[in-house]
Structures are given as C-alpha cells and as structure tokens.
Design a protein around this ligand. Structure first.
Ligand code: NAG
Ligand code: NAG
Ligand code: NAG
Ligand code: NAG
Ligand code: NAG
Length: 693
C-alpha cells in the first residue's frame, strides 16, 4: 500500500515536472538561487502556483539577504546553515520554508520571526535535540511540520502550543523515549502523525486522546512488544495505522478494537507466530490488511480473519515460515477481492478457502513450494472464476515426478486423489532454546486430504492428544503444542505426528532448557531379561529421552542353528517377548534405539533359555510353536510396515531402514513395502498402521 502510494506520488511528480512549465519570475534573482513560478501543493493538497526561490544544495552558510519580497516558497535544502540572524518577517507571502539537511542544532539559532502565513516548515535531517515550550508559536497557521531525522530527546509539554491548524507532524527517527499526551493538546486538527523510529519505552493508555481528527498514525520501528488496551482511545477518525517492524508477538487486538473507523492496518514485519480466531474481531470497517514479512508467522488458523464486511484485500506475502492456512481461515468476508499469498512457505491452499470468498477476483500464490497432490489439484480443474496472478511462477516442489513443473502443466488427473499428511519443514524449528520458567509454543501444521489429526509425543514417550488436561502441556486442536513453566526435566525431543486414515508424517523438535539437553548414551540404555522360559524370553529396557523407535535383534550362534531376527517397535514400547526360541540355547539380544537425528544407541546382552524338562511341558509344543511363529511373523511385519509407513516422508532414515531390513530380515519375511509416489496405491495397507506410536 505504501509502495503504491509512493509510486503514485512519484508518477504525479514526474508528470507535473514534464507538463507544467516553470516560468520566469521577473525579479532580479540572487546569485546562487533560482527564482521561478512553480507548481505547489498546499498541505491540504490544493494546487497553486508559487513564486519560488530555490537555493537548494549550494553550500550556503546563511540565507541570502534581500530575498524578493513576494517570495512564497523558500527552498534551502542541503546547505550548511547553522544560524539565521535576520528574520524573514518582511516576506509576508511566505508559505513554505525548507531548511532540511542543514546544520541546525537549536531552534533558537534560527530566528525566522513571526510568520502568520507560513503553512509548511521543513527542518528534517538537522541536529535538533530539544523543542521548548512555545518554540513554534510564531507560526500560528502552520499546517505541516517536519522535524523527523533529528536528535530530539526532549520535547516540552507545550512545545506545540498554538499550532491549532497543524495537519501533519513528522517526529519520526529521533531519540524520544516517551510520548507525552500534553504535546497534543492544541493539535485537535492533526490528521497525520509519524512518530516511529524513536526508542519509545512504552505507549500509555489515552496517549493520543486529544487527536480527535487524526486519520493516520505511524508507529513503525519502535521495538513495541505491546500496546495497552486503551492506548488508542479517542482516535475516532483514525483510518490507518502502521505497526510496521515492531516486536508484537500477537495482534494487539484489544487496542485495535477501540478504533472503530480503522480501514488500513499494517502489521508487517512483526514476530507474530500465528494469526488466530479473534485477532480482528469488531474491526468492521477494515478494508486492507497487511501481514507481510513476518519472520515467525507459521499459520493462519481457522476463522482467523472472520466477519469483516468491508475487507477487500489481504496481503500476506514474504513470510518465510507461513506454511499453513486453515481451510476456514477466511470466512464471512463478502467484499474480499484480492488475496495476496505469494512468497510464503505454503505447500497448498484449500479449495474451500477460495470458494468461501464470494467476491474474490485474484489470488497470488506464486513463489510458494506447492506440493502437487490432491489438496491443490482443484486449481487445475478449470472451474475457477478467480485469476491466479503470475501462473508462470507457480511451480510444483513435489512430489518427485512433478518437481519443477508449472502447476498449470500438471493435469489434475495426474495428481493423487487422497493425500498423506505433510508437515512443512518450515513450521517447526529443529531445536528451541528456552530458559527455565518460560513457556513455549510449537506450531505443527499439516496439509492432507482428509484433514489430518495431530498429536505430540513427549521425550518420555507420553502421547498428548488435543485438549488433553495436563499441568505441563497443552495441545491446541490446530496442532500448537504449549509447554508451561519449563524446567530441565522437560528438555528432550518432542515429536509431532500428523495422521489421517491413510498415513502419517512426523517431525521432531529438540527442546534445550538452560543449555541442557539430555544426550542419550549407550550406557543409558539398560536392557534386562524379565522372564525366561524354554521357548520365550521377555526383555525390557528404558528408552532414553528423545528416542523414537527401537530395533530389536536377537540371534543365536549355537552350532545347530544360526538364525537372526529383527523387530521394530515404537518408542513407547518398553518390553518385548521373544518367542519360538529353542530350549537350552544361548542367544544374544540387542536393542538399538534410533532417533530422528539418526543417532543410534545399542545395548546387548546374552542369555540362555531354560531346559524344557524344567517347565511343566503340558502344552502341545508342536501347535504352540507354530502358533508362536505365525504370531511373531505377523507382529514383526505389521510393526515393520507401519513403522516404515510413518517414516514415509523422512526419507534418509526410511531408506536406511529399508536397506538394513533387506540385509537383516530372514529371507522368509519379505518386505511388504515397495517404492511408491502416490498415496492412493497404499490405501489398502491402512489397518496395519493402527495403534502405532
Ligand atoms: C555544524 O555546526 C557546528 C557547530 O554547531 C560546527 O562545529 C560544524 O563544523 C558545522 N558543520 C559543518 C559541516 O559545517
Ligand atoms: C530496537 O532494538 C534493536 C536491537 O536491540 C536496536 O538496535 C534498535 O536501536 C532499537 N530501536 C529503537 C527505535 O529503539
Ligand atoms: C511370552 O510369550 C509366551 C508364548 O506366547 C508366553 O507363554 C509367555 O507367558 C510370554 N511372556 C510374557 C512375559 O508375556
Ligand atoms: C552406541 O553404540 C553403537 C554401536 O556399538 C555406535 O554405533 C554408536 O555410535 C554408539 N552411540 C553413542 C551415542 O555412543
Ligand atoms: C555374548 O556372547 C558372544 C559369544 O559367546 C560374545 O562375543 C559377546 O561379546 C557377548 N555379548 C555380551 C553383551 O556379553
């Protein structure tokens, strides 16, 4: 929006330069200056022609003497003026003085005299450090005052006294540490206030209250983390507010609700992590919303932008982690025409998201890593009345067979019918550093069709389901996982699992508390024999924090037999029953733990099965053995398949495991998976996954 305005202004300026001829003004002009009639816009944007003395950029140390008495605009920008000793009072038509980019360090050094006709004063880019009471009172009709880019650290309560006509005040880029409400007492006509880029410690309640006609407030680059709920009270005419480049962790919703006439909201470049339900509640006149360049934004959740009858444009671009937009994120937006979502980390956009916007004309989705499977294929089904901007920059990032293709070149029939969950790598960091006593939120979002369900697994293997009650943890239905009042006990690896009826995807985050992370060691993996019988042995172990899967191998090297078996179990399994063993035989069993960072822990022990005759031996051993083998094969293959299935998207580990398996599994246990790229091929394997992790 800002860029557009700027461009329009520049174009207008160029057009004027070319079309409106400046004309000679019949005066004897000064040596270094130009005297011309030039177009001039008043602060209220009225077009005029003004007798202009242009002494810009001449290295002047003081203003020229004997300026033409009918001068209306005096330009002395980019000179080296530090003092003005002869007042300009004789110039009774003077409307504008431009002293920007000079060497002025105090207003008391530049005595301009009483100028009741002055409308516009430019003092930006000087060295002013303070403004004292009544320092501008001799310009009672001033409409524009530019003191931005100075060193102002002190502005007295009555510095702007008497400026009852002021429309525009630029105080940005100074050293102000507080905003004083007293400054504004005479500024009830003010329409534009720019006060960003000051090290303001905090905004206070009612801070701007006297500015009853303010239309635009610019609070950029102030490191603001919050704004009190009543900070904007009184700004009943406010239409536009910019919080560009601050430190807001969430939309300052309560404060914004006070500004009933707000039309343009710029939240760009704030570390907001998610846009959620209620963020824009009651902003009924909002027309344009900017949520661009947010380094932390991961998700726009359900009903995040909801019930805004006048909203016409949403711009959410250049958000490097924005990987998820809930299908109901935008609802009851009857006027929305333009949805700018380019240059994010989106794998998809739901059809419903677009179809729920009745007046939508254009969508910009290019420069996103679009995954060309079923969630996005509606785009190519050719029923859309919306226009996709820059379709030649809309590529598939996957699956492999479509990588690098233009989305519009992939026929929708080629895209899968149902989609496995896909957790965006951008949504979760690999690790989070946190100090004890703090709380953290981790946002796990996945696109899939059918919609996936999400749960998290803690380092101790506890499975946390949405809205489950726990003192330390809370999982929001959308997938955001909160850990409260963290201590070193909570350090470790947390894993998000997204699953739908055809499969799952998972990603892990290492949570490091006060620099502490429980690095698993082989010594910490204790394996022990719990129950020993002639044909079976039960072993148990304690998986260290942060482990995900366990690999169990058992073998015997006795002369008679040379067999090796392998099973995979998931991290919450801590015991395993080895069956169909031979009596009085020595075995070695090894438990190997793998985490998602591909670290391996391994511990082995030797045991010997007991003598058959010692046991009661009443069962029919033949049938029992057959039963055991069948059961084991079923368990092993089911567990192996489900495990591999879950790892579908975690390619390196997946491949490693497949390779291992083909070497280790006895030949009669055939791997049941094959390479596949389309989810639909595997729908019949569904039930094998049930109950995993
Ligand atoms: C600006 O004014 C200061 C005194 O206020 C002087 O010391 C300095 O040399 C001036 N700068 C230039 C570039 O003339
Ligand atoms: C904001 O914080 C940054 C980093 O701490 C600092 O460099 C910058 O000067 C601050 N800006 C303001 C206006 O206080
Ligand atoms: C292990 O399996 C065998 C055979 O199915 C059974 O007899 C034994 O009780 C099981 N042991 C444990 C600890 O479950
Ligand atoms: C544990 O032991 C295995 C095999 O003995 C070895 O490959 C692995 O690097 C060890 N891991 C650690 C963390 O010491
Ligand atoms: C188990 O026994 C084998 C051979 O008898 C030996 O090589 C191996 O080191 C033993 N393992 C353990 C953990 O004691």
């Amino acid at each position: 929006m800002k860029d557009l305005l700027l461009a329009v202004c520049l174009l207008a300026g160029l057009a004027l330069k070319n079309s409106v001829q400046t004309s000679e003004w019949r005066v004897v002009c000064l040596k270094l200056c130009k005297c011309e009639v030039r177009p001039w816009f008043s602060p209220s944007s009225m077009y005029n022609e003004a007798l202009t003395v242009d002494c810009n950029d001449q290295g002047l140390l003081s203003l020229p003497e004997r300026l033409p008495s009918d001068t209306q605009v005096l330009l002395s920008q980019a000179n080296n003026i530090a003092k003005i000793s002869s007042p300009l009072e004789s110039l009774v038509h003077l409307m504008e003085v431009d002293l920007s980019q000079n060497n002025i360090s105090s207003l008391s050094d530049i005595y301009l005299g009483h100028l009741p006709q002055l409308l516009s004063l430019h003092l930006e880019e000087n060295w002013l450090s303070s403004l004292h009471d009544n320092c501008l009172a001799h310009f009672p009709n001033l409409q524009e005052l530019y003191i931005n880019h100075n060193l102002l650290s002190l502005i007295s309560a009555e510095a702007f006294k008497g400026l009852n006509k002021l429309l525009r005040l630029h105080l940005n880029s100074n050293q102000l540490r507080a905003i004083r409400t007293e400054w504004f007492h005479d500024l009830s006509q003010l329409e534009i206030l720019m006060i960003g880029e000051n090290p303001i410690v905090r905004i206070r309640d009612m801070n701007f209250k006297p500015l009853i006609n303010l239309r635009s407030l610019v609070l950029t680059r102030m490191n603001l983390t919050e704004i009190p709920d009543s900070a904007l009270v009184g700004l009943d005419k406010l239409e536009s507010i910019s919080f560009y480049d601050n430190m807001f962790p969430k939309v300052p919703q309560a404060a914004l609700r006070q500004v009933l006439n707000l039309k343009f909201l710029d939240l760009n470049k704030n570390p907001i992590e998610r846009i959620q339900r209620g963020d824009f509640v009651d902003m009924v006149h909002l027309k344009e919303l900017g949520i661009n360049s947010m380094p932390e934004l991961v998700s726009i959740d359900s009903f995040a932008i909801h019930n805004l009858p006048e909203l016409t444009k949403i711009e959410a671009t250049n958000n490097p982690r924005l990987s998820y937009i809930h299908q109901n994120a935008f609802s009851k937006l009857p006027r929305l025409e333009s949805l700018m979502l380019n240059s994010n980390a989106l794998r998809a956009l739901h059809r419903i998201t677009v179809e729920s916007l009745p007046n939508l004309q254009e969508v910009s989705l290019h420069s996103n890593p679009i995954y060309c499977d079923c969630v996005i294929r509606w785009i190519n089904m050719n029923k859309n009345k919306v226009r996709f901007m820059e379709p030649d920059a809309l590529f598939c990032s996957g699956p492999l067979e479509f990588q690098g293709h233009l989305v519009r070149h992939v026929h929708f029939r080629e895209m899968a019918d149902i989609c496995l969950p896909l957790i965006s790598p951008e949504s979760l960091p690999d690790q989070v550093n946190v100090g004890s006593g703090h709380s953290i939120s981790m946002h796990c979002r996945a696109f899939a069709d059918p919609e996936p369900e999400i749960y998290w697994v803690t380092p101790s293997g506890e499975k946390i389901l949405p809205q489950m009650v726990s003192i330390k943890y809370y999982l929001h239905p959308e997938g955001t996982f909160d850990i409260y009042d963290i201590s070193e006990k909570e350090a470790g690896q947390y894993t998000c699992v997204a699953h739908n009826l055809i499969g799952s995807d998972m990603r892990s985050v290492s949570v490091i508390v006060n620099g502490y992370y429980p690095v698993p060691t082989n010594e910490s993996l204790h394996v022990q024999v719990k129950g020993m019988e002639p044909h079976s042995v039960s072993i148990s172990w304690v998986p260290p924090k942060g482990s995900l899967v366990s690999n169990i191998k058992w073998s015997t090297m006795s002369n008679r037999l040379s067999l090796q078996f392998t099973a995979h179990v998931l991290s919450d399994v801590k015991t395993f029953n080895l069956t169909h063993l031979h009596p009085l035989t020595q075995y070695e069993v090894c438990v190997e733990i793998t985490d998602l960072q591909s670290r391996h822990l391994k511990n082995c022990l030797n045991f010997s099965t007991t003598d058959d005759s010692v046991s009661k031996g009443k069962t029919d051993n033949g049938i029992d053995l057959l039963y055991s083998i069948t059961a084991l094969l079923l368990i092993v293959s089911a567990v192996v398949c489900s495990f591999i299935y879950i790892l579908r998207r975690s390619d390196p580990l997946y491949r490693k495991l497949i390779n291992q398996q083909s070497e280790i599994l006895p030949s009669h246990i055939k791997p049941m998976w094959g390479s596949r790229s389309k989810a639909s091929d595997s729908a019949n394997e569904t039930d094998l996954r049930k109950g995993s992790i």
